[in-house]
Design a binder for this molecule. Structure first.
Ligand code: SAM
Ligand code: DTB
Ligand code: SF4
Length: 329
């Protein structure tokens, strides 16, 4: 058996109901272990079977509430526990968010994602966010918010306001989670994702690489995402942006090919999901980004700033898309 057919043989077993295709960690790890060219070829085949391979979706991102977060995520500039350059700011005004959405739409973004540095939203805060969602939606853009953990009934309020996507990352392997975050649990993340889905909102959930995790942890994270039932509609894969002052500021960077392999593993295990090449893109070469698109990434954050850190700007992206013959949507 050659390496591709042995990887095909490792494809997960499907059993009823329709969506319950389950991947074991070892099966995902076996994908990582393929020769790179075999892995890329297989990922590209899966990609072509499910998507136009020359199209990339663009989401703009804005921080509507920055800093002062109660949680202790060791990678985050916005945790109140670490001394970083990020200053705490109040929740933005609805009209300022709307102005930013209009600007993002004019630049070509199809989705507007609003992020808040909260453990979860309070009722009053959620009310303001629902107004933001209604106004952005009225522009004809898709809406996404990421507000932390939700309480009963909050996902329904967001749905009622017209929310399309809720971003809530699993972030890392369940078995590694407490090395990175102690103020909430991996199971809490899964619970919020369930609430979002039950309310009829599309799920955006992915993770971060470069937290000091092993390849086995990476494969486990990919399997845990793929085994959500069904897999997330959108899967952001972030490369750690090292933030001075956080516990992970000096963590060793993930090898570029390991990152590309992770994109390919996400593509193969979640064939119908949009895989977003997310944070960390500014530090990537054009060649590495091209390899990620070949491995099956078909979405990006398209804006000069992510939440608190800078992003590859729109002009660089448009130049790259032109060089690669990619169509931005
Ligand atoms: N507070 C909410 C939460 O944690 O879900 C929403 C905002 S939080 C900043 C959104 C996501 O950003 C995190 O789940 C994590 O994946 C990503 N993120 C945060 N800091 C990052 C960093 N320094 N590098 C890469 N990704 C990061
Ligand atoms: C996601 O997975 N990545 C985005 C978005 N969802 C909210 C956030 C990236 C944050 C990068 C670090 C910063 O700018 O603070
Ligand atoms: Fe807070 Fe989210 Fe940052 Fe964690 S990742 S500290 S929950 S803003």
């Amino acid at each position: 058996m050659n390496s591709i057919s042995s990887a095909v043989a490792l494809a997960p077993k499907s059993s009823a109901p329709v969506h319950s295709v389950q991947w074991t960690v070892s099966q995902v790890e076996a994908l990582y272990q393929l020769p790179l060219m075999d892995l890329l070829f297989r990922a590209q085949q899966v990609h072509r079977d499910n998507f136009d391979p020359n199209e990339v979706q663009r989401s703009a991102l804005i921080s509507i509430k920055t800093g002062g977060c109660s949680e202790d995520c060791s990678y985050c500039s916005q945790s109140a526990r670490y001394k970083t350059e990020t200053e705490r700011e109040a929740l933005m005004q609805v009209e300022d968010v709307l102005a930013a959405a209009k600007e993002a739409k004019a630049k070509g973004a199809s989705r507007f994602c609003m992020g808040a540095a909260w453990r979860g939203p309070k009722e009053k805060e959620l009310e303001v966010v629902t107004r933001m969602i209604r106004e952005v939606k009225a522009l004809g853009m898709e809406t996404c918010v990421t507000l932390g953990m939700l309480k009963d009934g909050q996902a329904e309020q967001l749905k009622e306001a017209g929310l399309d996507y809720y971003n809530h990352n699993l972030d890392t392997d369940a078995d590694f989670y407490d090395k990175v975050i102690t103020t909430h649990k991996h199971a809490d993340r899964v619970d919020t994702i369930g609430q979002v889905r039950a309310a009829g909102i599309k799920v955006c959930s992915g993770g971060i690489l470069g937290l000091g995790e092993t390849r086995r942890n990476r494969a486990a994270m990919v399997a845990q995402l793929a085994n959500l039932n069904p897999p997330p509609d959108s899967v952001p894969i972030n490369n750690l942006v090292a933030i001075p002052g956080t516990p992970l500021a000096e963590t060793e960077k993930v090898d570029s090919f390991e990152f590309v392999r992770s994109i390919a593993a996400a593509r193969i295990t979640m064939p119908k999901s949009y895989v977003r090449l997310s944070a960390g893109r500014e530090a990537m070469s054009d060649e590495m980004q091209a390899m990620c698109f070949f491995a099956g990434a078909n979405s990006i954050f398209y804006c000069d700033k992510l939440l608190t850190t800078s992003n590859a700007g729109a002009n660089r992206d448009l130049d790259l898309f032109e060089k690669l013959g990619l169509r931005a949507i």
